[in-house]
Design a protein around this ligand. Structure first.
Ligand code: PLP
Length: 403
């Protein structure tokens, strides 16, 4: 019935729900499923941030409607964060807005800026809100295939711009990327900004994984590029860097025009986050940062155990330089199954849940995504289960072929 509604029609059923449903059924049968399915951090928020929330919530003057753009002191903390990390100068009044998690900000920015007849360029595969935020707003999505070689991206981008009419209005980027874990250097963003200026396209860059970087890699901000503020905005989220996914705190910085557009639409839609959450967000950004290092080290250790284990059992995977994911090319022996069937098989036979790559777009169908949200012990257990499944299947194949 809901398929009759025009915006719902533009939203295919969430592929991840198929695996989630099977996972829930298996758990209801009492099976122990090792779950790498979501990008949902499993650790608690650092204590000093929780304490600041409690202390502020105890004050009676913090319970009223807040400000939908974010309290000025938080917007200042955000601009200071950019200055400290990237030496980027931003004005808290014109270049920064607080969002209820970056997902809310992305969706409402789309609603504020595009509509039917507009075309938006989005890499494929991509984190679902990147295309669907704009699809919900009524725009047409033009996929820019994002393969393993980033050099090909610019050729694909130029082609997508040339082949689109009406001319694309926006380009969405996400580096370090979910789900592909791809990383870029500043020169990449310099090229993007030049293309955007030449073609008069807005750029929306999602920097959610800025802090989850390994082996000395540093993720650049698009706003470091000279003149980027004229054509681009960047989203950041406290969800991953500070283990705060449930708090719903993010922000968007950059172009004054896009900040004003998002501020206008949000002023109709919300009264801002609960003030104590905003005050606690200041404590996160300005307080001790060793918690960020600890969180990063934890993901790096999990990454190493998972990747080393998969490689040792004959599933070649690369160690990502950033994010909390491993984007694993499905082993050749299973590839023809496609990512959904392979994920179902891993779930039913190895008791391991992953996200099928198809859920991030058709160009993701040869991959599955592991979220590094299980501890080392359970990660090792998962590797043993996958190894057993591979051994059974390969053994049967060898027997069938008389080997
Ligand atoms: C690339 C990317 N952007 C945004 C988000 C959502 O972040 P938030 O919790 O701030 O809405 C995620 C969460 O997984 C993500 O992977």
């Amino acid at each position: 019935m809901i398929e009759e509604f025009p915006r719902i029609k533009r939203l295919p059923p969430y592929v991840f729900n198929i695996v989630n449903e099977l996972k829930a059924q298996a758990r209801a049968r009492g099976e122990d499923i090792i779950d790498f399915g979501m990008g949902n951090p499993d650790q608690p928020t650092p204590q000093h941030i929780v304490d600041k929330l409690i202390e502020t919530a105890r004050r009676g003057d913090t319970h009223r409607y807040s400000l939908s753009r974010g309290i000025p002191r938080l917007r200042k903390a955000i601009c200071d964060w950019y200055k400290r990390r990237y030496d980027v100068d931003l004005d808290p009044e014109r270049n920064a807005i607080v969002t209820i998690g970056s997902k809310e900000g992305l969706a409402h920015l789309a609603l504020a800026t595009v509509g039917p007849g507009d075309a938006v360029l989005v890499p494929n595969p991509a984190y679902p809100i990147h295309p669907y935020g704009f699809a919900i707003a009524g725009a047409d999505i033009r996929h820019v295939p994002l393969g393993p070689k980033l050099d090909d991206f610019f050729a694909e981008l130029e082609k997508a711009i040339k082949d689109s009419w009406p001319k694309p209005k926006m380009l969405v980027l996400n580096f370090p990327g979910n789900p592909t874990t791809q990383c870029v250097e500043l020169e990449f963003f310099e090229k993007v900004v030049a293309i955007a200026r030449e073609n008069e396209i807005w750029v929306i860059q999602d920097l959610a994984y800025a802090d989850l970087v390994f082996d000395g890699y540093k993720a650049p901000s698009i706003l470091q590029v000279e003149g980027a503020k004229d054509v681009a905005v960047e989203f950041f989220s406290l969800s991953k860097s500070y283990n705060m996914p449930g708090w719903r705190v993010g922000f968007m910085c950059g172009s004054e025009t896009l900040v004003a557009a998002l501020a206008r639409i949000k002023s109709y839609l919300d009264y801002g986050m609960f003030t104590p959450i905003q005050v606690a967000a200041i404590a996160a950004l300005e307080g001790p940062q060793d918690c960020v290092r600890e969180i990063r080290d934890m993901y790096q250790e999990r990454r190493d155990v998972l990747c080393d284990g998969l490689n040792a059992l004959g599933w070649p995977v690369e160690k990502p330089k950033a994010t909390m994911f491993v984007w694993a090319h499905i082993p050749e022996f299973y590839r023809a199954l496609g990512s959904l069937e392979f994920s179902k098989k891993l779930l039913s036979e190895a008791k391991v849940a992953v996200s099928p790559g198809i859920g991030f777009g058709e160009y993701g169908d040869e991959y599955v995504r592991f979220g590094l949200i299980e501890n080392l012990h359970r990660t090792r257990q998962a590797i043993r289960c996958i190894k057993d499944m591979f051994r059974r299947d390969l053994g049967q194949a060898a027997q069938a072929s008389g080997g």
